[in-house]
Design a protein around this ligand. Sequence first.
Ligand code: FPP
Length: 246
Amino acid sequence: MFGFKKRAKRVLDKNNIPKHVAIIMDGNGRWAKKRGLPRSVGHSMGAKNLENIVDFAGNMGVKYLTVYAFSTENWKRPKEEVDALMKLLKDYLLDFDNLLGKKDARLRVFGHREELSDEINELIDICEEKSKHKTGISINIALNYGGRLEICQAVKKIAQNVKDGNVNVEDIDEKMISDNLYTYDVPDPDLIIRPSGEYRLSNFLLWQCAYSEFWYSDIFWPDFTTKKFEDAIIDYQLRNRRFGGV
Ligand code: FPP
């Protein structure tokens, strides 16, 4: 009678869960700064938060969750911060059996492995091997990952195949490029989430994001709750994806 409209309750549609969600886990540094803490504490809290989101996304039915943990450009950060991030990743892999290993979750690492330490590379191999039979959610950690580098490497592999006479130039197509990326057997991300109030891709999944939906939030990653994740999925479900059609 006063003209107030009751807002419709936003409900998750369990039949339209995105298969692949990718997250740029941004804002750890500012989260820590706001509390007068070292940036490394922000990263640790960010890693903790990932655990909650992994469980929530897995229970919801998301099949692939790709998270940006360290970019090819992140080496430019102060040594202390790079070391702290590498230690965090190492500890995460060392604790695999108590964390991801207990879940129906597969772990994969996408990125340029050569620059990582032998110890981290060995741990990655072990954790990937241990979890490769899991059929639940696949957690893909983008580590020393850069979209441009990934595409360059794919181009090099294809060029070598042409040089060796195994591929004709005319046969190079989008599928061949996709087949030579880290994500060769993973569907393109349906949804890319970036918290912390930044609105850029930062060299993340450049080839794969052609028709991804984007979702942004001002909240720093360590504070990004499962409720926020659900909000992002509900918003995604309200989008009209046309893939260039009508
Ligand atoms: C960006 O925030 C975040 C990173 C460069 C690192 C993200 C890494 C983690 C959350 C840890 C992941 C760990 C595991 C075990 C998977 P920022 O540092 O740029 O924050 P700022 O923009 O506020 O400075």
